[in-house]
Design a protein around this ligand. Structure first.
Ligand code: ADP
Ligand code: MG
Length: 624
């Protein structure tokens, strides 16, 4: 028997690993199972190129729990290791500067994958085991087996051991503080998280199934419980899959979800990097739980992470599904993932693929695309706002619904608006409503004037209109309630005929200001058409947009959301009522008519509240 010291610089590396990576304890299983998968893949490859001529046999990996002995055993029929290989790959851990590493990452101990990053995959076993044994026999001729044992300190023993079959058994003697891992359900849960789609069948116990024999008689049978699906949909070729296959894979990924995805994108690239996967577009709705059904990142079918923030553009993290790339470094820390050049390229590529798919869906069946639009538009707007490249691509498929339900692309819309939405400076003015119901009266008035009103009702609207105004030429946006309809699109400089002279206007303005909260309302007397209401309340576009932008986070001016809302209160100089008010000689009567008219305007905007509302009602009763 051979005794020796594992070559690490820090004597006390095991306690350190255990302590600092405590929160990541559970990854030991992923590390050991993926080593078994690697060994199995290797023997398959060797057989396929004729380097290994023996029987491959049953290649499944098996995991066994022994509660009494307090062990977990992982067995594979992979390449195995010779004693020399154990020396080389297990004993000599390339682990210089161990202390440096531990000091550096102390604070980030919770960060996933530090271990793998430093090639310590196998040693993660010591996070849960006080003793680890390897029983292994190499596929190489002449090897009859070795037994390695180590008790969580840098000393190990290595001896010859007659092992019957090729392959490796790893036996973990579970430590007292890790006994949860001797529970069936705990291991099952870990296998489900990390090993669900590993390419080699993984057996964990047995299960009973009922089958029918030739005589249609039901018979019970005990079979291996294979916990993974070694052939997940994303590694198949798209032509071999039907729509139903994609849907059932979605259910396989997210068994707790009943909602179906809207459509999918099958990624299948081998140049300039390797990338496969299936992304699903979910229905985006208010209050959806974005932490659910996150995109899962795999490397060669080994689960890496499902926190992709910073790895793919934020808006894509709203998608569901799987991304798998051999080029993604396995088990690396997240900060490393985010800065990896290869990962960046993959992220850019995914953005492009998503845009391609949307364009394709739009071109193939525009009607169907429009039907889905309401459910995906928030995601697309989000992408347009955060990725300039995506903004450009979205010109082809981004849709804008008008108040009569027709969908237009931005180009089509501009073409349509050419007729009567051009203002005196040659700008196209897009009129929009953020809430078709609340702004109904304004929409109606705009429609009557022959205008087209676009419904833009997501929380991103103020940001999006701002983006359009800066990214496109000669365009501006005005919400339908930002001004009286005839002032929404300023056609010519010429003043409109007024029924009042300047003196009358000035005096009316003063009377109105005397009865209203002048801090909230800016009063003006404007010459509007006779058919327009006598008194209107609007919130100027700029003001409202800045407030909205800040309220939804980002953009706008800091502190704006907390400012009191201020409005324009406009008296229509050309309305008969206004004339009546101006000509009224009874001071009291004049005052109460002004108040009544102001209140009605406020009421229509749901701005009349509390005491003011009470007074209004009282006054109204008196009047009738
Ligand atoms: P990595 O997997 O990144 O190489 P590990 O620490 O997980 O690092 O494993 C170290 C090495 O030990 C592997 O590269 C492999 O050569 C060997 N090894 C570990 N587990 C097995 C196994 N089950 N069968 C054969 N070789 C193994
Ligand atoms: Mg490994």
């Amino acid at each position: 028997m051979q005794k020796g010291n594992i070559n690490v610089t820090a004597q006390n590396i095991f306690p350190i690993i255990k302590k600092f990576l405590y929160s990541d304890q559970e990854i030991f299983l992923r590390e050991l199972v993926s080593n078994a998968v690697d060994a199995t893949t290797k023997i398959k490859t060797l057989a396929s190129i004729g380097e290994f001529k023996g029987e491959l046999g049953d290649l499944k990996i098996e995991i066994k729990l022994d509660k009494e002995a307090k062990t977990i055993t992982l067995s594979d029929r992979g390449v195995g290791m010779t004693a020399e290989e154990i020396e080389k790959y297990i004993n000599d851990i390339a682990f210089s500067g161990a202390e440096d590493f531990v000091n550096k990452y102390k604070d980030q101990a919770a960060d996933k994958g530090i271990i793998g990053h430093f090639g310590l995959g196998f040693y993660s076993a010591f996070m849960v085991a006080k003793k680890v044994e390897i029983f292994t026999r190499s596929f190489q001729e002449g090897d009859s087996g070795s037994h390695w044992s180590c008790e969580g300190n840098p000393e190990f023993t290595l001896e010859n051991f007659k092992k019957e079959d090729r392959g490796t058994d790893i036996v973990l003697h579970i430590a007292e503080d890790a006994e949860e891992f001797l529970e069936d359900h705990r291991i099952r849960q870990l296998l489900n998280t990390y090993c669900k789609f590993l390419p080699v069948p993984i057996k964990f116990g047995t299960k009973e199934i009922t089958e029918k024999d030739e005589k249609d008689k039901e018979i019970k049978k005990t079979v291996d419980d294979i916990v993974n699906n070694p052939n997940p949909a994303w590694i198949k070729t798209p032509i071999d899959l039907k729509d139903e296959d994609y849907k059932s894979f979605y259910r396989e990924l997210y068994p707790m979800t009943f909602e179906e995805p809207l459509f999918h994108i099958h990624l299948n690239v081998d140049y300039p990097f390797d990338l496969t996967g299936i992304l699903y577009f979910p229905r985006i709705k208010p209050n959806m739980d974005v932490r659910q059904n996150k995109i899962q990142l795999y490397q060669n079918q080994v689960f890496v992470t499902d926190s992709l923030e910073g790895v793919v553009p934020d808006f894509l993290t709203l998608l569901h599904g799987v991304i798998d790339s051999k080029d993604i470094p396995l088990n690396v820390s997240r900060s490393y993932l985010q800065s990896d050049a290869q990962v960046k390229k993959i992220s850019g590529h995914i953005t492009k693929k998503v845009a391609d798919k949307l364009e394709e869906l739009f071109n193939q069946d525009r009607e169907d695309f429009a039907k889905k639009w309401e459910d995906i538009k928030v995601l697309i707007e989000y992408g347009m706002l955060s990725e300039d490249k995506f903004f450009d691509r979205a010109k082809k498929f981004g849709l804008y619904k008008d108040s009569v339900g027709a969908y237009h692309t931005m180009d089509e819309l501009r073409e349509k608006l050419k007729e009567n939405h051009i203002d005196k400076d040659g700008k196209t003015v897009v009129l929009y409503a953020a809430n078709a119901e609340a702004q109904h009266s304004y929409i109606k008035k705009a429609e009557e004037k022959g205008y087209t009103v676009i419904i833009m009702d997501t929380p991103l609207t103020p940001h999006l209109v701002q983006k359009f105004e800066t990214a496109l030429e000669n365009i501006s946006f005005a919400r339908v309630d930002s001004a009286p309809v005839e002032q929404l699109i300023q056609k010519e400089d010429k003043d409109k005929e007024s029924a009042l002279n300047d003196e009358q206007k000035e005096s009316l303005k003063k009377s109105v200001e005397a009865v209203i909260d002048a801090k909230r309302y800016t009063v003006s007397v404007d010459s509007l058409s006779e058919s327009e209401d006598p008194v209107l309340i609007t919130m100027p576009e700029f003001m409202r947009r800045m407030k909205d932008m800040e309220a939804t986070g980002g953009g706008g001016f800091y502190g704006m959301a907390n400012l009191p809302e201020t409005y324009n209160l406009i008296w229509n100089a050309n309305h008969p009522l206004t004339k009546k008010v101006v000509e009224e000689s009874d001071e009291e009567k004049r005052k109460s008519t002004i108040q009544q008219a102001n209140d009605l305007a406020m009421l229509s905007q749901q701005l009349l509240k509390g005491e003011a509302l009470e007074k209004f009602i009282k006054r109204s009763f008196e009047l009738i």
